[in-house]
Design a protein around this ligand. Structure first.
Ligand code: SIN
Length: 298
């Protein structure tokens, strides 16, 4: 590995790979890798470090089938089950197809996932939440449909000493039923409620690789453990408001065939609107679970 300025060059079996920051807030672009081909564990280890450092990785110009996306995702850990109704299509259980394409191949007028427009971190409603998510842009709108990412470590660092003291040691209860109820989307199904009963996670979690604290909240966070809903709301809303200020946000404008990967342990994200009647947005998504020991110790 060699370093030139802020860029990291990784000597990889396939070609010379360049990992280059994409914004001052977070994110790096990975160039020179073809993820449709098998990649070595050593290379994925480099990507793991880069993901911890940059929080979002953008692999440009990938040509991936669902199976190739699954193969690369599995290099990161066990894949999580998509429990949302309608998330899985074509009989491939590991891939959540997010699409507004109708049977005739035209835009159907609906967002690819309205619930994803609220700030969240993936599967925080599960006892073992998502470590990383991978989202592959098969077809993306010419305008809009961007994905926003928050650097939740930088947001934590910028909290006042008083707020840091106030939230120290607090635990939030995350519940899929809460985010569904308040998100104006379909209520959680019995299957989801069984798979995802209310779970507790620390409000500030320490990243297992970087050891940096990060705010861990978002739309699935229902209330603070031991507090009422009414007592909890102002604090949880204030933390999200603070973290989602422009200075902590990177806006990813999709190019076709981008594979975007993020670290759910230290980011929040949100989808944005696009012209759902005119533009197509088709994405494949996989979720890699946290290592249970890491999840328990964060
Ligand atoms: C997600 O929340 O996982 C999807 C984000 C997006 O559709 O941009």
């Amino acid at each position: 590995m060699t370093m030139a300025g802020n860029e990291i060059r990784v000597d990889a079996p396939q070609r010379d790979i360049l990992i280059k920051p994409i914004s001052p807030v977070l994110g790096a672009e990975v160039a020179g890798v073809d993820l449709s081909k098998p990649v070595s564990k050593a290379l994925v280890d480099r990507f793991k470090q880069a993901l911890a450092d940059y929080k979002v990785l953008v692999y440009r110009d990938q040509e991936l089938t669902q199976q190739q996306l699954i193969a690369f995702s599995r290099m990161w850990g066990p894949l999580g089950e998509h429990i949302m109704p309608g998330a899985v299509r074509d009989g491939v259980a590991e891939v959540n197809v997010m699409s507004n394409k109708d049977a005739a191949g035209k835009p159907n007028g609906r967002h690819t996932d309205s619930s994803a427009k609220r700030w969240h971190t993936d599967r925080s409603y599960m006892p073992v939440p998502a470590m990383t998510s991978l989202l592959y842009g098969v077809e993306v709108p010419r305008e809009g449909g961007d994905t926003l990412f928050v650097n939740a470590s930088a947001a934590y660092d910028a909290l006042s000493p008083e707020m840091k003291a106030k939230i120290e040691g607090l635990t939030a209860i995350h519940w899929v039923e809460w985010s569904r109820r308040t998100g104006g989307v379909a209520v959680a199904t019995d299957y989801e409620l069984k798979k995802a009963p209310p779970v507790k996670h620390k409000l500030v979690r320490i990243h297992p690789v970087t050891k940096r604290p990060a705010i861990y909240a978002g739309c699935h966070a229902w209330k603070i453990d031991g507090w009422s809903e009414e007592e909890s709301r102002p604090l949880l809303d204030e933390l999200v408001r603070h973290a989602t200020q422009d200075r902590f946000v990177y806006r990813h404008k999709w190019r076709p065939h981008d594979l975007v990967q993020w670290d759910n342990r230290c980011t929040m994200h949100a989808a944005t609107d696009f012209d759902t009647h005119k533009e197509l947005r088709v994405l494949y998504r996989t979720i890699v679970e946290c290592n249970p020991a890491d999840a328990a110790s964060m």
